[in-house]
Structures are given as C-alpha cells and as structure tokens.
Design a protein around this ligand. Sequence first.
Ligand code: FAD
Length: 470
Amino acid sequence: MNTTYDIVVIGAGIVGAAIARELSGHQLAVALLDARDDVGDGTSKANTAILHTGFDAKPGTLESAMVSRGYTLLSEYARHTGIPVEHTGAILVAWDDEQLDALPGLRDKAEANGYRHCEIIGAAEVYQQIPHLGDGALGGLTVPDESIICTWTVNLALATDAVNRGTTLLRGYRVETVDIGTEFTTLHTSAGPVTTRWVVNAAGLGADVIDARFGFDRFTVTPRRGELIVYDKLARALVDKIVLPVPTARGKGVLVSPTIYGNVMLGPTSEDLQDRTATATSEAGFEFLLDKGRRLMPELLDEEVTATYSGLRAAIDHGDYLIAADAPKRYLLLGGIRSTGLTAGMAIAEYTLGELRSAGLELVPGGELPDPPRMPNLGEAFTRPYQDAERIAADPAYGKIVCFCERVTAGELRDACRSTIPPADLDGLRRRTRVMNGRCQGFFCGAEVQAVVDTLSPVPVTVQPERIRQ
Ligand SMILES: Cc1cc2nc3c(=O)[nH]c(=O)nc-3n(C[C@H](O)[C@H](O)[C@H](O)COP(=O)(O)OP(=O)(O)OC[C@H]3O[C@@H](n4cnc5c(N)ncnc54)[C@H](O)[C@@H]3O)c2cc1C
C-alpha cells in the first residue's frame, strides 16, 4: 500500500469524511485515517441528529455561516444519496414571561442569520401543533425548516464517496507522534508510520492533542456530555415536530424530537467532564431528563424506554469554530466543532479547501467524478426493503427478516457486509442497517444476526463489550 500521501485527514467523523471527499475530487493522493476500527464511531454516531437551519447561531460567526451553508449542501446531498431526512419543523416553546419576551429577539437573530421563516405564535397555536405538550406553555416560535436526519448514513455516505473518489481509508491508525520535515510530515501511528505532505486535523475530541504534536498550545477540548433517552415507536404518535426550549448560554437545552427511525428522543443533557471516553449514561442524567420530560410532555414518560445513549461534544474555550491553516507546517486545524458539526460538515469541507488553497496546497480538479453512492434507507418514513414487494421478488433475501423490532432483513445485512466500507463489529452493522436497534436491543435476534454475518463477513465481526446505543 502507498504510504506517502499528498494529504492525510486525521479523523473519519462527519467533518473528516466530508473533507476527504472534497479533497479527493482533485489530483491528490488522499488518506482518511482514524484511530477507531470504523468510520463515524466518535461523536458523529451519538448526537441528536437534527439538521439545523442555524436560526439560533451567533450571527457573524463562522459557525453561523457554516451551519446555514451546510444545511443547504447536506439537504441537496441527501437527495442524491438517499440519506433519510424528514422536514418535521420545530417549535421553540416559551414556558415563562422571560422566555416569552425572548421570542422576538430570537426571531431577529434568526433573520440576522439569514433565516426568515420563523413566526411567533400564541399558546393556542402551540397546543394545536403539539397537542400532547405539557401544561403551561405561553407561546412559541416556529422554525419550519428544522429537520431530522440519519447521522450514521451521513457519515457513511461521505466516507464511501471519498473512497469511491480514490481516498485511501486507514482504520485502526491512532496518531501518536508527529515528525515535521521540510517537505514531508511523518505521522507515527499505532499501525505504523504514514508519510504525507499536508495534514488536516479533524480529530474532534482529540484535536487539541494532535495540535500540540504540531507545536501549538492554543486551546483545550472539554468533553461536554449529552445524554439522551430514546422512547419506543408507540410514542411517535405523541409528537411529529421538534420541541425546543429557549436556548441558554450553555447550549440548545433539552428537546423532545421524533427520530428518523420512528422513535421519540428526550435530551440531551450538558455536562462538562475531563474523561474524553466517558460515553456511559448516568443515573443523574436520567433523573434530570425525566424531570424535564415530565414538564415538556408528561405522557411521554408513560411510554417504554428503548435505549439510552450519550455523546461528547468537543467544546473549547473559544466562542466559535477554530479553523486555522499553518502554511510552513502544511497543516490545518479544525477545533471546537461541537454541537452543529453534523449539519455544518459539508460546508466546513468547502471552507477548508479554500483555506488550504490559500496556504499553498495546489488543488487541480481531478476530472470526472463517480456518482455519489446510493445509500440504504434507514428512515422509517420511507420504503424499507421488507415493504418492497418488487425488490423481494427479485431477491428473496429482502423478504427474510432477521431483526423483528426494526424489520431488518438478511439482504440488508449481506449488503452492509459487502459494501465499500464494511462494518468492523456488530455495532457498526447496527449503524448501517438498524439491526438490534429496537425494543429488544439484540436480546432476541443477536445470535441469529451474528450467525448470518459469520457466513458473510469479510472481516471478523464481534460484539464490543461496551456498546453506545442510539
Ligand atoms: C449530544 C450531542 C448532540 C448533538 N446534536 C447535533 C445535532 O442535532 N445537529 C448537528 O448538526 N450536530 C449535533 N452535534 C454535533 C455533532 O455531532 C458534531 O459536531 C460532529 O459529529 C463532529 O464531527 P467530527 O468529525 O468533528 O468529530 P468525530 O465524529 O468525533 O470524529 C473525530 C474522529 O477523530 C478520531 N481521532 C481522534 N483522535 C485521533 C488520533 N489521535 N488519531 C486518529 N484518529 C483520531 C476519532 O476516533 C473520531 O472518529 C451534537 C453533538 C452531541 C455530542
């Protein structure tokens, strides 16, 4: 394998995958490298999966520009690739006079961010649109274009597209130390050295550590944990819009939202930690969310909980994204892409290429590109293979359900195992198919799923001891 590249992107989350995809449309030898055994196994797998309009971003920031542009780019890309998106819309609910008074300011802020579709509505209208909302709402602000999306498919589509365009994907390569030479930089990784002219640091929670290896001391990542509760699909009838709180300085607050898989979620919490691996959920987080949920939508608490999970935002001591190129070191940092990176990722990639070009990277278009990949549909609102008589007639494997909670078929498991980027374990298979993501969480179907993949898989597929569910 070629181990000398023109450019290496560290981190195969949504941001890194989007950047590798953009770069590989040019005459460059590109590698996308991640410490983990799969793409999208960091923060990009465990978020609230909302495609944000950016209505509440801080106007004038890079984040505001990236979220707004990212919304457009990702919506368009989703149409081409089949990434499921539901344009549910959102209502931001005011529960006291102070919050009610804040609504006009929030509408003005949305307009300053270029989003002009917010409307202030009275309590009666709020209850008409969200009939199961708890008592006491005084009014609301509509955000008709906020949408729900599948974060797993976004990451996988971008990474698959990058590989189809010629990117070399290196999984299981943890960057440990760095040697910067006059022409080449050597990344010493857990899987051996990788040599490259340029480096893009999209390492999320690990971005400050890599940045220090390049000789900088300019920011610290604080993992900000967000815990969420996922309710059963029977709860879906309670809410078909995203119910948002009035945001505070600490973030967007606790919301209730339908999920693209047909469930309802409550969360996230916001808790600063030291441990960058602390993705377990906690009793305190659960209690906090139940307390919020009791006020927001009491009937939701009568529903069964399917799963809980948490993700870590890469918060930094800087009020905006920190994207900076260093020409002498042929290096670019992406820091602090904390709570909007799913939406903004494709715009960040576009912006990054501009910064790299300004820093001296030659970007010569690479000619005709392959079509974007057509991704398997994981969205509950769209036709799934088990519902598609024609598809089943052509290939009976799509009629053989293996996971009954999520209606996942043997055909989908086979396709995932034979795809451009096959899963490295059952959790990766879950992110590609929804298998074991439902009520039983694999209790009923786990053994059969393992048996099916054992007959298919080109790589060893094993259950990880600690699964992070979404
Ligand atoms: C609770 C929560 C809710 C959120 N909700 C939303 C939302 O609704 N909408 C939205 O747009 N955004 C949301 N976000 C933000 C979004 O998930 C992130 O901004 C985005 O996933 C960041 O992607 P990334 O590629 O920067 O990071 P990651 O996905 O974390 O990828 C970084 C990668 O770098 C790798 N890495 C780290 N160190 C090294 C190393 N030394 N060597 C090699 N590889 C390394 C990691 O293994 C990881 O795979 C939310 C985040 C959280 C936590």
